[in-house]
Write a protein that binds this ligand. Sequence first.
Ligand SMILES: [Zn+2]
Length: 306
Amino acid sequence: MRIGIDLGGTSVKAALCNDGGAILQRDSVPTPVGDPDGLRGGMKTLALRLCQMEGIAPDTVSSIGLGLPGSLDKANCRLIFGTNLDMRDVMFGDAFQPEFSCPVKLDNDANCAALGEATAGAGSRERHMLMVTLGTGVGGGIVIDGKLYAGCNDIAGEIGHMVIRQGGEPCNCGRKGCLEAYASASHFVKFAERALDAGRESVLSINKGHLNAKMICDAVDAGDALAIELFEGYCQNLSCGLANLINIFQPDCIVLGGGLAGYGEKLIEPLRRLTFPETFRCETKNTRIVLAALGNDAGLIGAAML
Ligand SMILES: [Zn+2]
């Protein structure tokens, strides 16, 4: 039995899983923003409650994994800085003692989502898998031989900050032309707002100033010329990044998750069409581009599998 905990800005979600990543019990509490002791205590209470619900003793749990947003010191099980948590320097290694004696591991939320999909989701029958999360930013996780690749500094997998256009759009990381600056939902919206500011006509103008990615996808479905043009540009930029990843890693599959993946096959089909001609391919086996299967549970299951 394993416990996974997914810490977000609004809630702390926890699940008791078996070794195959199936969720047996789950529970959650609101995130005590700005209160590290409250967070540590709340996590332990959740873990104890899961054991009680399943009728098992806490010392039979073999590992506890935490998926955290922010910068981490994994070796010392420490959150250095939490995004949207108003917390710094929180130690988790002893947070579950004395009731739990198992090791506590942590990783960032994007890596946990990748490991979750690799264990029990869209990549569960594959050895080598990449996950690309298309949300507010572009997150990523690299799973090689079923294990997360962490690199020499434990922070590998920043797929969103691969430059696809030298000197291109400014990115939040400080570089220019990153994949994130073209393929995140927020930049997709930014390009739409920019086109409306330039006077382009579109059904999107009704919602100018508070557009979201779903509205643009709906406008594509309605045949709006500007939305179609923006979406084609989006797919071209994302496929450039995906082709780079395939040429470097030759993964069995790339799993797409996050809000924009909700557009489903209508996103996947043009991506396959644009990506594959740019890749090195062989006769027998080629990378599959697929949608994530676990939704919001991916991070929770992945944390349990750390
Ligand atoms: Zn960047």
